[in-house]
Design a protein around this ligand. Structure first.
Ligand code: UD1
Ligand code: CA
Length: 462
């Protein structure tokens, strides 16, 4: 702060604040790493694109960074770069990409990224791309602290009894930041340090350029470490602020499946809490998974062991679960009830429709007040393509019915238990069909439909 400044409201403080606001920001996101500790496997996407509650890891990072309104964003790709760049072009078009080949460490990655901004003179925020639980507020706190202290570099640290493979923060006897000792290269004394590097840093651009020059790779991994650049800046006598974050345990990178599970658990709890604060009745957040970008009206109820995919919309008065699975993009109208062991995918259910037990609704449009009996299946896949099913208002689909798509069931129509409605045949409005393949019941003048079903289906157990 300027000498003699009395605080943010005084004249000099105001100037500092203006400077803080006007200083340009560049963001470097390092996402070239291989994710070696994930163990590999044919179906594994590059680490940056690992699914995390319905969107890639990197999308969470993008969302945390977006409100900062950085003038420049550079994402470093490397391992399976084409796939990551394809995603970036679509989902993060403002980001410039820089390829790092070979991936010779975080310091090397940061150096290449900064070379893409040769004349930039503002603040450079460096973020690792494997921290999905990152919050905008954490980054703002770091930026504000950095700008207020006028440090050359600032980093966020945390304290935990067992920092494992994380870099340790080495301080001088006076408590000033000295350097970061990577766990793999650390002495036993350094390993016993409980303060660790979260991997979130802000640098003055010139200081970072300087720090990244001449990084060695004489360490266990034979890589250039960004952490060494921080130490190099401190060694010049410039000020480096290591700011301890209260909940830094929630800022750790995803290196293996246990880390991903911890990150997902943190995000999951946050998402459930947000919905509950808005009036959604989530009975047991510990067993409820609500992915990102789900809309749930206040007053709707989500019962335990329920999984709700990204893009689902759930209207007022709806009740989902326990043990229900709504896959991406499902839309439930007001008062809809989805009960236990019901899977719904790519479907829309109108107001008051119900599917309360053991059913699969895939690619279906279900009209208002329709009742889907126990064990109903929409057979939407013929082995090659997916097809849609429509079920009209007030229809009643009997237990165990299979609707083989594409098929339309008209308004007010009924199917008997275990009916199999063949593709394209459909059920006209108001009619009742039974059997395999399902056929219409002849209208009976003197008795109710239930009696007729028994007569038509002598073999059916009662
Ligand atoms: C890093 C830090 C460590 C810190 C920890 C916090 C270094 C040397 N160590 O360790 O001090 O405690 O994060 O989570 O920085 N990457 C590249 N190019 C590369 C290598 C990595 O872009 O050549 C990217 C990765 O994709 C990843 C990030 O940089 O997103 C961090 O790399 P990672 O190997 O996960 O570093 P850590 O061992 O976790
Ligand atoms: Ca990491």
């Amino acid at each position: 702060m300027a000498p003699g400044a009395g605080g943010p409201s005084s004249g000099a403080g105001g100037a500092v604040l203006r400077d803080m606001v006007s200083r340009e920001l560049a963001v470097l996101v390092l996402a070239a790493g291989k994710g070696t500790r994930l163990g590999g496997g044919d179906d594994l996407p590059p680490k940056a694109l690992l699914d995390c509650l319905g969107v890639p890891l990197l999308e969470h990072v993008r969302r945390a960074l977006e409100p900062l309104g950085a003038a420049h964003t550079v994402v470093v790709t490397g391992h399976r770069a084409e796939e990551v760049e394809r995603w970036l072009a679509r989902a993060w078009p403002e980001a410039r990409t820089v390829r790092q080949v070979p991936q010779n460490g975080t310091g090397h990655a940061a150096r290449l990224a900064l070379e893409a901004l040769p004349t930039f003179e503002g603040d450079v925020l460096v973020v690792y791309g494997d921290v999905p639980q990152l919050r905008t507020d954490d980054l703002r706190a770091l930026l504000d602290a950095h700008r207020a202290s006028e440090a050359a570099a600032s980093l966020l640290t945390g304290v935990t009894p067992e920092p494992g493979l994380l870099g340790r923060i080495v301080r001088t006897p006076q408590g000033a930041f000295e350097r970061i000792a990577e766990a793999r290269d650390a002495t036993p004394a350094e390993l016993s340090i409980q303060e660790f590097n979260t991997g979130l840093y802000v640098f003055g651009a010139a200081h970072l350029r300087h720090g990244l020059q001449g990084l060695g790779s004489g360490n266990v991994l034979g890589e250039e470490y960004l952490t060494d650049a921080v130490g190099a800046i401190a060694a010049t006598g410039a000020r480096v602020e290591a700011v301890i974050a209260p909940e830094a345990g929630a800022l750790l990178g995803v290196n293996d499946w246990a880390d991903l599970a911890s990150a997902v658990a943190i995000l999951r709890a946050r998402i459930c809490t947000e919905h509950m604060r808005r009036g959604v009745r989530v009975t047991d957040p510990a067993t409820t998974v609500i992915e990102v970008d789900v809309e749930i009206a206040p007053g709707a109820r989500i019962l335990p062991f329920t999984h709700i995919g990204t893009g689902c919309r759930i209207a007022v008065g709806a009740r989902v679960g326990p043990f229900a699975r709504l896959r991406g993009g499902t839309v439930l109208g007001p008062g809809v009830e989805i009960g236990n062991f019901v899977e719904v995918k790519g479907s829309t259910l109108g107001a008051g429709a119900k599917a309360k037990h053991l059913a699969y609704l895939g690619d279906a449009d279900v009209g208002p007040r329709a009742n889907i009996g126990c064990g109903v299946v929409t057979a939407n896949y013929d082995g090659h393509e997916k097809h849609r099913t429509t079920i009209g208002a007030d229809a009643s689909i009997g237990s165990g019915t299979i609707l083989v798509a594409p098929v339309d069931v008209g308004a007010g129509a009924r199917t008997g238990a275990n009916a199999v409605v063949l593709p394209k045949k459909g059920v006209p409005p108001g009619t009742t069909v039974v059997g395999v393949p399902a056929r219409a019941l002849p209208p009976k003048a003197d008795s109710g439909q239930d009696a007729a079903v028994t007569k038509e289906q002598p073999g059916e157990s009662t």
